[in-house]
Design a protein around this ligand. Structure first.
Ligand code: SF4
Length: 174
């Protein structure tokens, strides 16, 4: 099974979400992380598709890749789960490096917040990312779905109804 950027992002967001996603349980047709970013990217930067290429490699799909400058442009709605965004693009940089594209970097773009963040490939990242891949594999091979952990991000999660179906609507989220 190919590990995608979404798996890595969900590892850093919620283990339950990762397990549900990896087991084909979808509450919407496409990944919210990928689809939402692409939509915001296309509407915020209408000429972007002409400037950058879409890159598919080893199961990952980068929507906006600046091949000339070796920069991945990843558009996000908010920086609420910034660590997950950083991990996602680090994984992309890992895949690029594995395929002989060295010296690439990534730019996280939050057009609604008018913010950007550069993510570089740093010493030690290879071991770090390989550890994430092992963690993803171990988590998704678990027979049972990890139990619900109430988090502030739950309300904007596509699995909210699924996870909270038997919970009281008044239950407080962290
Ligand atoms: S609703 Fe919360 S617990 Fe359920 S998958 Fe989403 S983030 Fe995880």
């Amino acid at each position: 099974m190919n590990i995608t950027g979404t798996h890595i992002a969900y590892l850093h967001t919620c283990h339950r979400k990762l397990w549900l996603f990896a087991h084909g349980i979808r509450m919407e047709h496409t990944s919210d992380i990928v689809a939402e970013g692409k939509l915001i990217g296309e509407t915020s930067y209408p000429d972007r598709s002409k400037k950058y290429t879409e890159l598919e490699l080893d199961g990952i799909k980068i929507d906006f890749y600046d091949a000339k400058n070796k920069v991945i442009h990843e558009v996000k709605k908010t920086d609420k789960v910034e660590q997950a965004h950083i991990a996602q693009v680090k994984y992309y940089l890992y895949i690029l490096s594995k395929n002989g594209i060295e010296g690439a970097s990534a730019l996280l773009e939050y057009p609604k917040m008018r913010q950007t963040q550069i993510v570089e490939w740093e010493e030690g990242d290879q071991t770090l990312v390989q550890g994430w891949v092992q963690e993803v594999k171990a988590l998704i091979s678990q027979e049972n779905c990890p139990s619900l952990e109430k988090k502030s991000i739950c309300r904007s999660c596509s699995y909210f109804d699924f996870c909270y179906a038997t919970e009281s609507a008044d239950n407080e989220l962290i």
